[in-house]
Design a binder for this molecule. Structure first.
Ligand SMILES: Nc1ncnc2c1ncn2[C@@H]1O[C@H](COP(=O)(O)OP(=O)(O)OP(=O)(O)O)[C@@H](O)[C@H]1O
Ligand SMILES: [Mg+2]
Length: 336
């Protein structure tokens, strides 16, 4: 089992856009970290940095305390499954060749017939019949293709699996089975996993830890039960309130409705102070006595508590504002 750790990771596109801004995040060995946040918050960019598809401009990514180096041809301990199973498989390659291609090559790796046995084993592991080995992706459904994509990722014998919206392109009817498959495999193979999804119900189902991202930063992180059951950051609360709930037709209270109309965040010009302040229902837009949110960055530095939120006014994760540097106050124990 392996631990993946992001330390102060920053990723830029060109000079103007910082998509990921000094992210600290740990995926503990054998656990699932669910990463949520609105579109454009930088979730995929963080994932791409981990697998070497995006180059960090700052910080480091460590596997078991050792910085990751992505060398061509070397075994890759991190594997990623993408959202779209229609574009992630080469339509001209059979399923078997596609999986075999992802298997590590080396003196101690299987060759010839045993390589084929390994392909069949992987197909069976993801619930596909061995006779699919010579089929082309065009003959498979979206759910079956995603199973192949998972088998391909597992062929690389990863220690960490990164799943980026792996069920969102699938029919609702098969999302559950693919999700169950990933969760079962993660447990059986004792993989560590970074699981990215818009769907909070899905994240709740698979995650041990939940991290919430907003404008390139992690604004709240903690045990899944605490973050989703007792959210501290106003943005997390907004996300949870926006998630569809059966039978709920309640309108937001007037103050919240006001900020919900605020302009969406522009990652090219992130706000100074707290990045969420232009939309915050408990911030300076509503509370004139909270001007410090306009200037003071609440990023929770050197804060190692299990459940923490980067907000000056998060209940239970309070910071004393006005002191320099801000003093962390005692976290109120979650009584649940
Ligand atoms: N290849 C790229 N070139 C330039 N900008 C990019 C590129 N990829 C992403 N971005 C920008 O970086 C920011 C973060 O994008 P990213 O795809 O990481 O967000 P995300 O959280 O995964 O969003 P979504 O939920 O829509 O998948 C966005 O502003 C996006 O427009
Ligand atoms: Mg994305």
């Amino acid at each position: 089992m392996s631990e993946l750790r992001f330390e102060g990771v920053t990723v830029r596109y060109g000079r103007a856009l910082t998509a990921v801004d000094g992210v600290d995040l740990t995926v503990p060995a054998g656990q699932v970290v669910g990463l949520v946040g609105e579109s454009g918050s930088g979730k995929s960019t963080l994932a791409r940095a981990a697998v070497g598809l995006a180059e960090p401009a700052g910080g480091q990514i460590l596997l078991n305390d050792v910085p990751l180096h992505h060398r061509p041809g070397a075994r890759r301990p991190l594997q990623m499954v993408f959202q779209d199973p229609y574009s992630s498989l080469d339509p001209r390659m059979t399923i078997g060749d596609s999986i075999a291609e992802a298997m590590p090559r080396g003196p101690r790796e299987p060759r010839g017939p045993s390589r084929r046995d390994e392909v069949v084993r992987l197909l069976e592991l993801v619930g596909l019949d061995a006779d699919r080995v010579s089929a082309y992706p065009g003959a498979l459904s979206g759910g079956q293709r995603q199973r192949v994509a998972i088998a391909r990722a597992l062929a690389g014998k990863p220690e960490v699996l990164i799943a980026d919206e792996i069920t969102s392109a699938l029919d609702v009817s098969i999302q559950g089975t693919v999700l169950n498959l990933v969760r079962t495999l993660q447990r059986e193979l004792r993989l560590s996993m970074l699981f990215i999804s818009h769907n909070l119900a899905v994240v709740r189902y698979v995650s041990d830890i939940v991290a919430v991202m907003y404008l390139g930063r992690i604004v709240e992180v903690g045990p899944a039960r605490d973050v989703l059951g007792n959210p501290q950051h106003p943005y997390t609360k907004e996300l949870l309130a926006a998630a569809p709930r059966r039978g709920s037709t309640a309108l937001p209270p007037p103050d919240e409705a006001l900020v919900a109309d605020a302009e969406p965040a522009d990652p090219h010009h992130p706000p100074v102070g707290c990045r969420f302040h232009p939309r915050c229902p408990i911030g300076p837009l509503i509370r004139t006595d909270r001007e410090h949110c306009l200037t003071l960055d609440p990023t929770a530095e050197a804060d190692h508590r299990l459940h923490r939120a980067a907000c000056h006014h998060a209940a239970g994760v309070l910071r004393a504002v006005g002191s320099n540097p801000p003093v962390l106050m005692q976290l109120k124990e979650d009584s649940q």
